[in-house]
Design a protein around this ligand. Structure first.
Ligand code: SAM
Ligand code: SF4
Ligand code: SF4
Length: 369
């Protein structure tokens, strides 16, 4: 029998790190730089660590089973607490916020949080770019309420167009047709352009690359292929299961000619390509084969208020203790400034130089993808 040993460490139990000592109050200037000179522009907020899927690359069933201790409700940041933290991030320069999880649409009354975050303004008075990533299972029910509350766009994860292949990736029985229907609902509600993210696992769903490309070609949907990443410690990641993005592009271009497009902005994670015949656009996210750490301006706020300055982090910085311990926003702003100034993360760039990867990495469902 082939037994898989999963070296899981529950990093949620690890002591919060990085904010010990006297905290300094600070008034944000909107111009914060980290130790490598990278600005703070994006914030991903995980609103729940729960999910109705068990994607093999994210929440494998043998770890996230009946015995798994999901966070109790009292540990979660409330919507008011999330908004208070987000306001300080925005004051420091964040202009893009993505809600994620776990499955963010499982958090009750999520549209209320969307409304609260949509009301935030950048220091120069602009609206923030507020988006959400979902597996699409509840989009039909929620799309209009999310739009009405102020959400700008959604990204939907979909790894296969056929039900059997979909099941191989998400390990539950859920019809692809209902995710496609959720995408339609999002477009009808005005949450476009909708992006669809497909994680490619070599030998598992790479046969779906062309069917997915054909399906979304000629629609307003932007399909993006993501290299399977070594996030967390439970998915049993192996390099030989990664299909490099350049191969994805080659496979599609052989049937549907493509030409490369300039990035929308510095630090955009996806490399963009468009169909030569005008059939729309695709993207590839090469997190493994082409690291983009040098432009990474992203912080992550976990469901219980720990800040991670890298997707591959092993230690969070506990903002919840500050939020619950004091009403002083300048103290919160000081804590964020301190941890961002100390940030030197560039895990993906170092990955190739560090074949013995550290086992202690936080799970993606906890800090949000
Ligand atoms: N549940 C929502 C969803 O699936 O869209 C939001 C959370 S999920 C963690 C965010 C994104 O991370 C999804 O697009 C998912 O495919 C991606 N993801 C999760 N684990 C991954 C891995 N090991 N490699 C690459 N992408 C991954
Ligand atoms: Fe759930 Fe999203 Fe992770 Fe899949 S990728 S298990 S849908 S959180
Ligand atoms: Fe950003 Fe860390 Fe990913 Fe590099 S490895 S791009 S620093 S999240």
């Amino acid at each position: 029998m082939n037994t898989r040993v999963i070296p899981i460490v529950d990093l949620r139990q690890a002591p919060a790190f990085g904010l010990q000592g006297d905290l300094q109050r600070e008034q944000p200037t909107g111009l914060l730089g980290d130790a490598l000179g990278r600005p703070l522009h994006d914030l991903r907020i995980s609103v729940t660590d729960r999910c109705n899927f068990r994607c093999v690359y994210c929440m494998p069933k043998d770890v996230f089973d009946q015995q798994y201790n999901f966070l109790p409700h009292s540990s979660l940041l409330s919507f008011e607490e999330i908004t208070r933290v987000a306001r300080q991030f925005v004051a420091h320069g964040v202009h893009k916020i993505r809600l994620t999880g776990g499955e963010p649409l499982l958090r009750k009354h999520i549209e209320r949080l969307v409304g609260m975050l949509a009301a935030l303004r950048t220091p120069d008075g602009r609206e923030i770019d507020l988006t959400l990533t979902t597996n699409g299972t509840l989009l039909r029910q929620k799309a209009q309420a999310l739009k009405d509350a102020g959400l700008k766009r959604v990204t939907v994860s979909l790894d296969s167009l056929d039900d059997a292949g979909f099941r191989l990736m998400n390990d539950v029985d859920f019809p692809v047709a209902r995710v496609l229907d959720g995408i339609d609902a999002a477009m009808a509600a005005g949450l476009g352009p909708v992006k669809v993210n497909m994680v490619v696992k070599k030998g598992v769903n790479d046969d779906q690359i062309l069917p997915m490309a054909r399906h979304f070609k000629g629609t307003p949907v932007i399909l993006r292929f993501i290299e399977y990443m070594d996030v967390g410690s439970s998915n049993g990641w192996r390099m030989d299961e990664v299909l490099p993005s350049r191969e994805v592009v080659q496979r599609i271009a052989a049937e549907l000619p493509l030409v490369e497009v300039d990035p929308n902005y510095t630090g955009e994670t996806a490399e963009r390509w468009r169909y030569v015949d005008g059939g729309g656009e695709i993207g590839v996210i090469s997190s493994v084969t082409q690291a983009f750490c040098q432009d990474c301006s992203r912080a992550r706020l976990s469901t219980e208020g720990q800040v991670y300055t890298c997707l591959f982090g092993s230690e969070g910085h506990d903002l919840r203790a500050i939020v619950r311990g004091s009403d002083d926003d300048a103290l919160l702003a000081g804590a964020i400034a301190r941890l961002w100034r100390g940030r030197g993360d560039r895990y993906s760039e170092l990955r190739s130089e560090q074949p013995a990867r550290p086992l202690r990495k936080v799970e993606m469902s906890y800090i949000g993808g």
